[in-house]
Design a protein around this ligand. Structure first.
Ligand code: SAM
Length: 251
């Protein structure tokens, strides 16, 4: 039976790779790579070179179907994209992985957090084109890289935390019933739409990498600073990944 390992590799620092992930990496015959950002592909290669003792593995690049990011129906567009991804991944697993081979997807951060890999794999299995067993190896998420760098706890005593997206924050505002928010996938600085009174922000970009940026403070003053720093960094590198915690009800 083919085996597939979905390995969380952490948020950017090769030292985020856990002992369990190293054990899994060393079992792999074929790595399937879908990323297009050069820096992220390079980091995956660096992790393989650094942690794998026997370099007899292969790397197979899997083309990513185009995704309609401007679609009015966001959920339908994502559904459609994942379905097309599953077709391409199914064919790649069938054609590139031997019947008794071990394949792997290296997933940024942790595979359970805002990542489509597990859903696409379930779709591949449901389609029946290829059969395999699979295992998930957890990784250090960008959220935990962020809280560690700012030396903060994610929750306050007995409190709830909501993890959300920049899109949801921009479209629906601060959600009810929670004073602590983690915001991911925010291309538009959605924190600009929030009333800054009594709100603190803890922001980080390129966490765990040599380009890491951190800003924290009251949203009223740190917000404009983050917008400036973020725009400069994005311009310089051509891409950005950032995450932040918003905490309300202080002072
Ligand atoms: C598709 S999600 C993947 C999340 C990932 N599975 C995790 O556990 O962190 C991509 C989002 O994760 C966040 N992210 C991932 N890596 C990051 C990093 N090194 N620094 C800051 N944010 C990061 C950003 O919010 C980015 O928009």
């Amino acid at each position: 039976m083919r085996r597939l390992l979905v390995i969380g590799i952490g948020a950017g620092d090769p030292e985020h790779v856990t002992a369990q992930a190293v054990r899994a990496l060393n079992e792999v015959d074929v790595f399937f790579v879908v990323d297009k950002v050069d820096d992220l592909v390079a980091l995956r290669r660096e992790i393989c070179e650094r942690f794998i003792a026997d370099a007899s593995y292969r790397i197979v690049e899997v083309p990513d179907p185009p995704r309609d990011r401007a679609a009015a129906e966001y959920v339908a567009a994502v559904e459609d994209w994942r379905a097309r991804r599953a077709e391409v991944w199914g064919a790649a697993l069938r054609d590139e992985l031997a019947d008794d081979g071990v394949g792997a997807f290296l997933v940024w951060g942790d595979p359970s957090l805002y990542d489509s890999t597990l859903d696409v794999i379930e779709r591949v299995l449901a389609a029946g084109l290829v059969t395999f067993e699979y295992e998930v190896i957890p990784g250090i998420s960008s959220v935990h890289a962020l809280t560690a760098r700012h030396r903060i706890a994610l929750n306050r005593v007995g409190g709830a935390v909501q993890v959300t997206t920049g899109r949801r924050l921009a479209d629906h505002g601060w959600p009810d019933g929670v004073d602590d928010l983690v915001v991911m996938l925010d291309a538009r600085c959605a924190f600009r739409r929030i009333d800054p009174k009594g709100v603190e922000i803890f922001w980080g970009a390129y966490l765990g990498t040599a380009d890491e940026l951190l800003v924290a403070g009251p949203l009223a003053t740190a917000g404009p600073e983050i917008q400036r720093v973020r725009a400069e960094a994005r311009e310089r590198k051509g891409w950005i990944m950032d995450t932040y915690v918003l905490r309300r009800g202080i002072g």
